[in-house]
Design a protein around this ligand. Structure first.
Ligand code: GDP
Length: 211
């Protein structure tokens, strides 16, 4: 459990896969803060989670984008639960499938009181797509904190990267500035870990002392 006001030291490689859930009614009881991770299929979500955990191959990269309709739960060092939301917006998926993903993601976001932050992953080369903006609308409507995480930052050089980050901010608004990351060269990964620890600390303090 996270104590209010104390610095949270998380040993990220001490992560284990807990279970997959296809219906939020099957979500196990956990006395842990939750951080959800969302993004378009192929945005680099599995690679980023493996980099975050410092554990190659713990999160399976899907060979068949859009065919994951599960919430995958990972317990990190007895401190938090990472909820890997199914990738959305796969253009070739049938409408009925897209609807199911939306319902699953939406019902999780609505129900989870332990949810402290959603990492919204966006490929740094592309602006937010309609499905990203829709997710952000839900998060804003639900008063849920979210952090834009720009993936594949190694793909752009300095100036282009700064420009894209500014464009992302302009398109999305939001409380937190986009964080550039790369699973290939590791940039931004430690900063992401620090940001998560800081958000958990702040959330734990707010639970005890709402002022
Ligand atoms: P997911 O579908 O969102 O889980 O995405 P994956 O992690 O499977 O990655 C999708 C593709 O993007 C794969 O071809 C990865 O090799 C590539 N990729 C993922 N992360 C990075 C990154 O940081 N930099 C670059 N250049 N490519 C990446």
């Amino acid at each position: 459990m996270n104590q209010p006001g104390t610095t949270i030291s998380i040993h990220w490689p001490n992560t284990c896969f807990v279970q997959s859930v296809s219906d939020t009614r099957d979500f196990p009881e956990f006395d842990l803060a939750q951080i959800a991770v969302a993004g378009h299929s192929n945005v680099g979500k599995s690679s980023l989670l493996n980099a975050l955990f410092g554990r190659k191959g713990l999160v399976k990269t899907s060979k068949n984008p859009g065919c994951t309709r599960l919430l995958n739960l990972f317990e990190v060092d007895a401190h938090l639960l990472i909820v890997d939301l199914p990738g959305y917006g796969y253009a070739r998926a049938p409408k009925s499938e897209q609807k199911r993903w939306r319902q699953l993601i939406e019902s999780y976001l609505v129900k989870s009181e332990a949810l402290k932050l959603v990492l919204v992953l966006l490929d740094i080369r592309h602006g937010p797509k309609d499905s990203d903006l829709q997710l952000i609308d839900w998060l804003n409507d639900g008063g849920i904190r979210w952090l834009p995480v720009a993936t594949k930052a190694d793909k752009l050089s300095g100036n282009a990267r700064a420009r894209r980050l500014q464009e992302m901010t302009d398109a999305m608004g939001g409380m937190l500035a986009p964080l550039p990351t790369s699973s290939f060269d590791g940039r931004g990964i430690n900063k992401l870990r620090q940001t998560i620890a800081e958000e958990l600390r702040t959330a734990a303090s707010a639970t005890i002392d709402p002022a």
